[in-house]
Design a protein. Structure first.
Length: 216
C-alpha cells in the first residue's frame, strides 16, 4: 500500500471515529434533554399542586378572618361597654370573656319599657363560637323588640322563649336568662328567672351579710 493510500485510510478511520463520537454526544445530549424535560415537567406539576394548596390555605385564612370579624362584631353587640341612662337608675356593666377572641353566648341588655320603665336582661346561650353568638343576638334582639310592650318580666321571658322555639325548635342548645323591670314612679322592682343564676344584692363591692338572692 502506498503512503498516500495509507494516509487516506487513516483519515477515513479518523473521520469515522469523529462521526461516532459526535453521534454519541448527540445521543447523550438527547438523554440529558429528556431527563431535564422530565425533571421540568415534575417540577411544574409540583409547583401547580403547591399553588393549589396555597390557594386553599389563602381561602381558609380569608374565611377565618371574616369569621373573626363577625365574632368581634357580635361580641361587641351582645356586651356593649356603655349602657343607656334610665330614670331612677345608675347603671354600669363589665364583661370579661374567657378568651380575648372567643365569643360565648353571654349577653345583657338595657331597654326602655312602657310607662318610662326599664327592662334589664342578662342571659347566656349554651356553647361558644359563631353559632352561640348568633343565637344570643337573636334572643337579645327579641327582648329589645318586646320590651316596649310589657313591664312584666315573666311575660317578657315567655315571649322570648316562644320566639326562640319558633326559630330553632327544641334542642339541647338552651338559653338561660334573668329579666328585671323597674318602674321609677312607684319604685317597683320585679324580676324573673329562666334557668339563670339569681341576682345578688351588693353594697360597697361586697355581698350583704345574711341576705340571700331572691327570685320571683
Amino acid at each position: 500500500m502506498s503512503e498516500d493510500a495509507a494516509n487516506e485510510e487513516q483519515e477515513l478511520r479518523d473521520l469515522r471515529s469523529e462521526v461516532a463520537a459526535q453521534h454519541r454526544d448527540i445521543v447523550d445530549r438527547g438523554d440529558r434533554e429528556n431527563r431535564q424535560e422530565t425533571l421540568n415537567a415534575r417540577l411544574r406539576e409540583e409547583a401547580t399542586m403547591r399553588e393549589a394548596d396555597l390557594a386553599v390555605l389563602r381561602q381558609r385564612l380569608a374565611t377565618a378572618e371574616h369569621e373573626l370579624e363577625d365574632l368581634r362584631a357580635i361580641r361587641d353587640a351582645l356586651t356593649p361597654p356603655e349602657l343607656p341612662q334610665r330614670p331612677g337608675l345608675q347603671l354600669a356593666a363589665a364583661f370579661l370573656p374567657a378568651a380575648a377572641e372567643q365569643v360565648s353566648g353571654d349577653f345583657y341588655l338595657v331597654a326602655e319599657g312602657p310607662q318610662d320603665s326599664t327592662v334589664l336582661v342578662v342571659g347566656d346561650v349554651v356553647g361558644h363560637g359563631l353559632q352561640a353568638g348568633r343565637r344570643a343576638a337573636f334572643v337579645r334582639t327579641t327582648f329589645a323588640a318586646t320590651a316596649p310592650f310589657s313591664d312584666d318580666p315573666s311575660r317578657l321571658l315567655s315571649w322570648a322563649n316562644t320566639a326562640l322555639i319558633e326559630r330553632a325548635g327544641t334542642s339541647s342548645h338552651f338559653v338561660t336568662a334573668a329579666c328585671i323591670t323597674y318602674l321609677p314612679g312607684p319604685q317597683l322592682l320585679r324580676w324573673a328567672y329562666a334557668g339563670h343564676p339569681p341576682a345578688l344584692s351588693l353594697a360597697s363591692s361586697s355581698r350583704h351579710p345574711g341576705r340571700e338572692p331572691c327570685s320571683e
